[in-house]
Design a protein around this ligand. Structure first.
Ligand code: KG4
Ligand code: ZN
Length: 352
């Protein structure tokens, strides 16, 4: 039983074919990094246009690579939100059109639920419920209780920036390229995480909520106090730089700053994830989304000796992809939860 997944919520056009909820027959991702890099972030209008250009070749490649025809599809799953509406509409309109022409059932999937299912797809029945899911990406930082049967309860969320956004903004501030997360991760390995002490956020109200704006401001203040203009301007001029180029352009004090910033983000994430897991009596911890690629976060979570197993997706399934969208549609398919052609794209869709 095959499901085609289509994802276009932000700056990746992706399509994948999954069989029986366990096998990835194909997963194609066309990234728009090079389009947005010079602007230091995703430009919504450009993103929609890139999706329009990519959607047909990406879906065709996913079908071809998996040897799948439209007649073999049990359903088409498409991201319905949250995300950029102009981008979401491209994937959604395309999915609806194929469903209409070929008489295939349509299933709308919440992007955040997709990130959780990236882990379910790879790990399967091993995961014990209730699980605590930490979804950390460029757009989201959420803690959910996941009950058996995929029932979700929101326990905490960021009140300002998402963790990935904080990585990207700090990188941009320091003159590094977009997206900053993967680069900061690699550079931070060359710095001392204890060199700069940043205070952890104290949340009024829900103690499981996150905030990264104070940390971002603290980095800005540090930069202003340390006369870094010349080195930042030099980095801004680097074009097509390799990792070695970035490393050479980063004095030790800057590497220490990056390592300390990353250490603080990881502490913010892990302390609340562990507290939330304890609160719900979690049997497993799922960490997913683009920031789940971070090597420091993986090390911290896997070395914490927690009383429950920790599951991460492989890096290719941590960042945006369509395999996770198709995977999240399987339980809905089994429950015959299909959508009509009046399905709408929602920028601020919530999961629970
Ligand atoms: O899940 P994703 O591809 O897109 C969203 O749904 O937002 O996540 C992208 C985010 C970006 O902010 C990127 O900088 C961050 O994930 N990211 C990382 C790493 N790899 C990707 N952040 C920290 N360390 C990484 N290794
Ligand atoms: Zn995502």
């Amino acid at each position: 039983m095959r499901i085609l997944g289509i994802e276009s919520s932000c700056d990746e056009t992706a399509a994948a074919v999954i069989e029986d909820n366990t096998k990835i027959l194909s997963s194609v991702v066309a990234s728009q990094f090079s389009t947005h890099a010079k602007y230091g972030g995703v430009v919504p209008e450009l993103a929609s246009r890139e999706h329009l250009r990519a959607i047909v070749p990406v879906v065709s490649a996913a079908l071809e690579q998996s040897g799948t025809g439209f007649g073999d599809l049990a359903a088409i799953a498409v991201t319905k939100g949250p995300g950029l509406v102009g981008s979401l509409l491209v994937g959604m309109t395309f999915a609806k059109s194929i469903c209409l022409v070929h008489g295939i059932p349509l299933i709308g999937v919440n992007h955040i639920e997709g990130h959780i299912h990236a882990v379910v797809l790879e790990t399967g029945p091993q995961i014990q419920y209730p699980a605590l899911a930490l979804v950390v990406s460029g757009g989201h930082t959420h803690l959910f209780e996941v009950q058996a049967g995929f029932v979700y309860r929101l326990l905490g969320r960021t009140r300002d920036d998402a963790a990935g956004e904080a990585f990207d903004k700090v990188a941009k501030l320091l003159g590094y390229s977009y997206p900053g997360g993967p680069l900061v991760d690699r550079l931070a390995r060359h710095g001392d995480p204890r060199a700069v002490h940043f205070t952890l956020a104290k949340m009024k109200g829900n103690a499981l909520d996150f905030s990264f704006s104070g940390l971002k401001t603290a980095v800005l203040r540090w930069v202003e106090a340390h006369n870094m203009d010349a080195e930042i301007a030099a980095r801004r001029k680097l074009i097509d730089a390799t990792f070695e180029d970035w490393l050479r352009a980063s004095p030790q004090a800057t590497l220490d700053l990056l390592a300390s910033f990353q250490y603080t983000v990881i502490e913010e994430l892990m302390r609340r994830a562990i507290a939330a897991a304890e609160q719900i009596g979690a049997q497993s911890l799922i960490i997913s989304g683009g920031v789940a690629c971070n090597s420091g976060l993986r090390e911290r979570a896997l070395s914490a000796r927690l009383p429950y197993p920790v599951y991460f997706p492989t890096p290719g399934l941590s960042t945006d992809n369509a395999a996770m969208i198709a995977a999240a549609a399987f339980p809905k398919y089994q429950r015959s939860e299909f959508d009509g052609f009046d399905l709408l794209a929602h920028a601020n869709l919530t999961l629970a």
